[in-house]
Design a protein around this ligand. Structure first.
Ligand code: NAD
Length: 433
């Protein structure tokens, strides 16, 4: 990969560096965006040092007895980035790439995300390096219980509260809650994203996708993007991608392409998203849905659509393909889908990028509502959840847009600047520095 810095011949918008940054690891990339914000707000060196590094990193051995009798030892992580604004909060992902650097990056993003939507949490993330697709349900259950017990002493209702992320779901959270509760007593508020039957919140399953749709609706209004009949391509059809696809019609958009790990599909007249969802429940993939054209994941990213929504993994839009993206608006439903080098290229080309720390914050927002309901032992109606989510996303967007306009910076830098200010103020008030 070409890591040389190159001069660009296009006038960069204010506060966008005139040179392209090299490609970097996920944690380096999050700190790159942090550094831009820290420079922008003139943050002092002591606070920078605290916020560029993580508070606590736990690496654990997760031995699991397989169904065939073999013992396989997995590696798991829980990283707590910053807790100045409240208990650590963040998902748990099961994926072969879930190494320490990626988990650090995702933990740091959670710190900034919870600050952007102004919910009283810090940032954390967890991961187990594994290939969950080849594990049976029983193996996944044993892995989850073992991982939870092993990290349980850094968890707590007022200390650190996990949630689902890539390849984990409400069932995973049920096992986590049960494993924690068997040691410490019944504790529903120890995880969020639980099944409704076990104290989960109405609306949590859909919340991240719903938040993606709300953030696009708010942004489009201010940025002058017409969403009536706008075409949308979504990479990833898991929790976030499929809910985004199912809800985005409510704001006038038409989904023409989606994909999953096995490939993508395209239909210019629009996909019947509910039929596709039902199909995926049966077959496990989008690729064999009838009446559509097959495309690759790479082709999906460069389709001539109005809105592109990466909702799978990180770094999918990078220096190599950013110049070929044709969508006018990108909504970052996934965490860190756009690398710093790609971010500069997209800015040069005038593409609107709604940053992950706003766009996918609906999930953690409703996780917060779930935690509040568990502590209050009082369930909210789904309508109340969705209305509060809409208000939270709209308020966060307005703050970011106003800041971007006043400071003459892009949306990501505005979002990071707001977040870094909030976290550094809290850290100072608590006497961390
Ligand atoms: P998920 O496991 O439910 O779904 C992931 C989807 O991505 C699946 O359709 C999978 O097939 C697809 N995928 C996996 N590898 C791929 C590849 N190489 N190319 C194309 N598609 C691929 O995960 P999710 O919970 O929907 O999370 C998706 C993204 O959203 C992640 O970046 C996650 O961190 C972020 N996110 C999730 C939540 C949440 O509440 N679940 C909240 C905030 C952010």
């Amino acid at each position: 990969m070409d890591t040389k810095r190159r001069e660009t011949d296009v006038q960069a918008p204010a506060a966008v560096p005139a040179t392209r940054p090299p490609e970097m690891s996920p944690f380096e990339a999050v700190n790159y965006f942090f550094d831009l914000a820290a420079d922008h707000i003139d943050l002092d060196d002591e606070m920078r040092e605290i916020l560029r590094t993580t508070y606590r990193e736990l690496r654990v051995q997760v031995p699991v007895r397989m169904d065939d009798g073999r013992l396989v030892v997995f590696t798991g992580y829980r990283v707590q980035h910053n807790g100045a604004r409240g208990p650590y909060k963040g998902g748990v992902r099961y994926h072969p790439d879930a190494d320490l650097d990626e988990v650090r990056a995702l933990a740091s993003l959670m710190t900034w995300k919870t600050a952007v939507v102004d919910i009283p949490y810090g940032g954390a993330k967890g991961g187990v390096q594994c290939e969950p697709g080849i594990l049976s349900q029983k193996e996944l259950e044993r892995l989850t219980r073992r991982f939870t017990s092993t990290i349980s002493y850094v968890l707590g209702v007022n200390r650190d509260i996990p949630a689902p992320d890539v390849n984990t779901n409400a069932q995973t959270m049920a096992w986590m809650m049960d494993a924690y509760s068997s040691r410490y007593g019944y504790t529903p508020a120890i995880v969020t994203g639980k099944p409704v039957e076990l104290g989960g919140s109405y609306g949590r399953d859909a919340a991240t996708g719903r938040g993606v749709v709300y953030s696009l609706r708010e942004a489009a209004r201010d940025l002058g993007v017409d969403l009536q009949g706008a075409t949308v391509a979504i990479q990833g059809f898991g929790n976030v991608g499929s809910w985004t696809a199912r809800l985005i019609g409510e704001i006038g958009c038409k989904v023409v392409s989606v994909s999953d790990v096995r490939g993508g599909i395209y239909r210019g007249d629009g996909l019947d998203v509910q039929a596709l969802f039902d199909h995926v429940q049966e077959s496990g993939t989008v690729v064999d849905f009838p009446g559509v054209d097959g495309i690759t994941n790479e082709e999906l990213l460069t389709l001539g659509v109005d809105v592109l929504i990466p909702a799978a993994l990180s770094r999918v839009i990078n220096e190599e393909n950013a110049g070929t993206v044709r969508a006018g608006t990108i909504v970052e439903a996934a965490n860190h889908p756009v690398t710093p080098a790609a971010d500069v290229i997209l800015a040069e080309r005038g593409v609107n990028v709604i940053p992950d720390i706003l766009a996918n914050a609906g999930g953690v927002t409703v996780s917060y509502f779930e935690w509040v309901q568990n502590i209050q032992q009082f369930r909210w109606e789904e309508q109340q959840v969705n209305e509060q989510l809409a208000k939270t996303m709209a308020r966060a967007w307005q703050e970011i847009y106003a800041r971007a306009t006043v400071d003459g910076v892009d949306l990501r830098l505005a979002a990071f600047a707001i977040a870094v200010e909030k976290v550094s103020r809290a850290a100072r008030l608590r006497g961390y520095v």
